[in-house]
Design a protein around this ligand. Sequence first.
Ligand SMILES: Nc1ncnc2c1ncn2[C@@H]1O[C@H](COP(=O)(O)OP(=O)(O)OP(=O)(O)O)[C@@H](O)[C@H]1O
Ligand SMILES: [Mg+2]
Length: 458
Amino acid sequence: MSLRFRLICLIAIVLIASLAVEGTIVSFNASRSVQTEMNSALQVGKQIVKSGLAQLPDSTDRRRDLETLVAAFEGNRHLRVSLTGGGAAAVKPSPEGSHFGTVPRWFVRFLGITPVAARVPITIEGQDYGSIVIETDPANEILEVWNDLGDGFSVLALFFGLNILLIYVFIGRVLRPLDHLGLALKQIGHGDYKTRIGGNTVPELARLQCSFNRMASELMEMDEEKRRLNEQLLTLQEEERGEIARDLHDEISPFLFAINVDLAGIARLADQGRSAEIARQTRSALDSVSHIQRQIRTMLGRLRPGVLADFGLAAAIMSMVEFWQRRHPGIHFKVSLPPDAASFGALIDITIYRIVQESLSNAVRHGDPAEILVSVTSVPADGPEPDRVTIEVTNDGHGMDKTAGFGFGLTGMQERVQALGGRLDLMREPEHGLSVTATLPFPAASTQVRAASFAGDA
Ligand SMILES: Nc1ncnc2c1ncn2[C@@H]1O[C@H](COP(=O)(O)OP(=O)(O)OP(=O)(O)O)[C@@H](O)[C@H]1O
Ligand SMILES: [Mg+2]
């Protein structure tokens, strides 16, 4: 059942109940006043009859005067008067005998007006002339009450009907925005985040509209960000592949060729029995092999931070620093890391690695720095503070523009830090570079920090 229909039913029930109560009260009051009026009419009738009878002894034709007295009540609205023979019992008029016109019987019974009657015996100078019976007749009064009630009810029913109609129309108009909202939510559910709701409505629903539109805008932005992230991911993948191809071409292929040449030379020298030169050629081939090994380790460090598990956090960060150093020999890198084997647990290690990775990439891409400082320091528990590790990447470039917002890099960094219950601070003074500091709580024992300085151009 619709909300609108339920409301209308509720209002109609209240109106009908109030009509019923009103009708009962009005009927009750009407019944009392009709009863009072009947009683007083009876008293007046009795007075008239008695004063008429008082003049009968002087009458020349008593029977005719009696009939004239009774006939004087003809057309009376409240009384019926009749002359009965001598010795007749007092007659009790009943409403059933009355003429109630269009008044239904149940209403007459509902009013419960008791008919009253009086009998006045007529005896003059010892002679019995019978009795005059006076009965009240409430039919006219009841008809009047019925008609008044009917008129009153008609006006009220018209008024209530109009009320319900107005409320029906009003509720329909007020609830229309909810229909729009339902439709809009459906469209949002189908991914149409451009959907918005407009139009004038009551303040309560206007707030709902505003909230919906805000939510849709945020969803649209998130969708846009997701799209951007996907594009970026694809671009990064392509760049990464290009990088690997370049590294394989520039760093591995020549050395494989060199090993090939060395091995061919060794074979030739062996045929000629020149053992002294064979040793030199072999050393050269071994150098090439270790270069390739180093190169492959660097590439793995960049490609899969899972090398964290193989080589440790410090080695993975060093490999990353070397990667940037080779591409930006003009930048001086200073690194302060925990000992080689130190680990804060797999999850914290990867978080540290990713924070350093993004901070280094940001510093090089946006800061144009002369020096970058990377430090990972463990801080022992202090009072309520648990053991924690502080990661700091500072560069002395031109700093972060005050208007610059968070992109995916900083947002992702912040999310990672928050997920581990830590905090991220950016000290972004223009012209003074940028300092990114993340503090992560960790349950493991504190680790001794070793300091290292790494200068690519040194
Ligand atoms: N070291 C920095 N020096 C100067 N500006 C910086 C530095 N790091 C970040 N910024 C500013 O903050 C912005 C947001 O950085 P964030 O890493 O979140 O996104 P991004 O680097 O622009 O893009 P990406 O999503 O690829 O990381 C940058 O666009 C840049 O303007
Ligand atoms: Mg970035």
